[in-house]
Design a protein around this ligand. Sequence first.
Ligand SMILES: Cc1ncc(COP(=O)(O)O)c(C=O)c1O
Length: 351
Amino acid sequence: MVNLQALVRANIKNLQPYSSARDEFHGQAAIFLDANENSLGSTLSQPLNRYPDPRQSALKEQISRIKNIRTERIFLGNGSDEAIDLLIRAFCEPGRDRILIMPPTYGMYRVCAEINNVAVEEVPLQPDFQIDVQQVLQRVDPSTRLVFICSPNNPSGNLLSRRDIQTILDQTRGLVVVDEAYIDFCAQDSLMPLLKDYPHLVILQTLSKAWGLAALRLGMAFADPFIIEILNKIKPPYNINGMTQQLALEALDQSTRQQDMVVRLIAQRRRLEEELKDIPMVETIYPSAANFLLVRFNQSEKVFRQLKKAGIIVRDRSKALHCHNCLRITVGTETENQKLIETLKNMQRDL
Ligand SMILES: Cc1ncc(COP(=O)(O)O)c(C=O)c1O
């Protein structure tokens, strides 16, 4: 049995959290003189002088409806990056506990761990970018408080095997964090239905990708209510600002628009794949379930430089494990993709 209580750092368990003015009184009143806000108004035309709802109740209700999950199972962060940081801070004792990651993967897991003086255990993905389950299970011990699994994985773009993730969930007692930042590009594959069976599963999602709201900074963690309460306890009181709460509420009403963008981006991804296949200096196009492609060139450094000269910036991932000579290319608009392909074809001609 997983004992969530035992996983929390003792100082966090004993922490008396900050209680903000909006925690102590919420509701309607004629006069608010409890939060040292500016009673005259704000310097902008929007009414921004009041602190936002620290529990983001309206937004959580909306997300609850869309994702079909109870509000007690939702934590909202200033990007999913905030949730990653808070999970490490709540569950890993600095200098003692560890997280386990599977490179090549999203860089913030390591950075957040290192900021918090938490050791990082690496079990590389296999060359096909799937999990080495046996190695993971061998390396997990009671000090491994969090296992980070990114699916679809960044930078490789593939979904990780659901069966492998379930095996890890079945055989480990720390938290298993599945980062689904790109899941809206293949929504049917979300592991959210597993939450009810695994109290130690945490799923991260974000509005930064398919919803097109990276600037708003809204990340979501879905988990057992106990884990959510711990995250709420240690978050800065007003971590989701008022504009973000308001705009996210409006945006989440536009799910048809989101789905339409997803369909168009997937179509563009397929088109990019087709076109890239015909360029001889492209060696491998890795299968993607996200809004980007990992592509191996025969000389990625040169390609990267030439693209940059043409004003096209892609991400050089050539130093990452199994990613020798690889560039990560975000799917652009039709015109941007056209320009990218033309530039690559010209480069090929000039070789
Ligand atoms: C796998 C993964 N997780 C999380 C994030 C961060 O998302 P957010 O914008 O919600 O902080 C990214 C951003 O690129 C990502 O690739």
